[in-house]
Ligand binder design. Sequence first.
Ligand SMILES: O=P(O)(O)OC[C@H]1O[C@](O)(CO)[C@@H](O)[C@@H]1O
Length: 444
Amino acid sequence: MIQLDLNNAASFLSQDWLTSRQDRLEKARVMLEEGNGPGGDFTGWVHLPRDYDKVEFARIQKAADKICTDSQALVVVGIGGSYLGARAVVELLRSPNYNLKKKDTPDIYFVGNGLSTDALIETIELVKDRDFSVNVISKSGTTTEPAVAFRIFKSLLEEKYGKEEARRRIYATTDAHKGALKGLADKEGYEEFVVPDAIGGRFSVLTAVGLLPIAVAGIDLNALMGGAAEAMEALAVPGLDNPAWQYAAARHALYESGKSTELLVGYEPSFRFFAEWWKQLYGESEGKEGKGLFPASVEFTADLHSMGQYIQQGQRIMFESVVSFQNSLGSYTIPNDPENVDGLNFLSGKPLSFVAEQAMRGTILAHMDGGVPNIIIKADRRDERTVGQLIYFFEYACGLSGYLLEVNPFDQPGVEAYKKNMYALLGKPGFEEQKAALEARLNG
Ligand SMILES: O=P(O)(O)OC[C@H]1O[C@](O)(CO)[C@@H](O)[C@@H]1O
């Protein structure tokens, strides 16, 4: 299971940082367990690793098998929680270079997560002459970025295969009852998967939202869900030795002591999108009512040579949460050089992982000495089971954290502000007055 090492944060925490939060953590636990706290209607993820829809789960695997048989590429259309979880898991468990690798599963392209014309054209070029399928994912079914991208890739499929075959190559993951995508999927007869009512986008990676693309990448869904279920059972046990309680309490205590930024640190390039997923999870859950830690991320050791200076000596506003995989999947030994021109022979014969470990140990102490507390989150290895545990650990700790902060961790009202302005500026019917007002402001 996930373990927490707080030795390098302890000197920044008061004696009672955990005990003083025990009652609030217990209340938060009950609210998550019973779904009766703020946003309680969106706590369906809490028991998901046990209560997931087994029939749909089998259908996801079957759809993934079909895509693997008839497609060289899968285009995944989605944004935010309808995209980041799948990409995080595919990159962490397969590779950030997944599409470049020799493999017997399709390439996966993520689109509809922005509005870049050039990125869109590039993806069209990459897939148009190959057999491909589309998984369109949107809980609301109305988010502009994926809706526009879907329109484009749907017509590309229809031009290439004709309407009938295109239908068989489109998989829609959306709300069970409502929304524009649901209506379209029903009308066209796409295979449909459900984003459960009680699960918001950023908590949905272990539903069809994440699972279909993850399965297409050849990742073992049973092991992933099994890991999450282990974490669910372990973290449901109340107590001060619960790692999710400790993480939620430590970051809350550091926040109250004046830290405003949490840096999620990874040492694996494959961890980058997991950190992006984590940023949405914590940013949308906590950043409201003028409160919340700003979630940021760095990749070490690469970023020690870009952000390291600031972390060591810039504003003392941050702490680090380091995700450390205890075991590499492979090993590589540093070769001997008889001429030793680079003076590195003191490392000859040592595994590269030994160098990485010393870099991490040295960095933690240096940053701590520079006034940056370090929380170490220890995970076993980059496999399905451990990643399932990590996902659940961060989700559960996020729920606890939001309740410690006394916000509703399951809404995101602030995201609407830019959407309304965009709709108005685009001339969406019904926004005429706002458009005039915004244009007047923009034109000075
Ligand atoms: O799945 P949808 O409804 O397209 O939403 C995508 C993302 O957009 C947001 O609603 C914010 O705009 C996120 O919370 C969500 O993950």
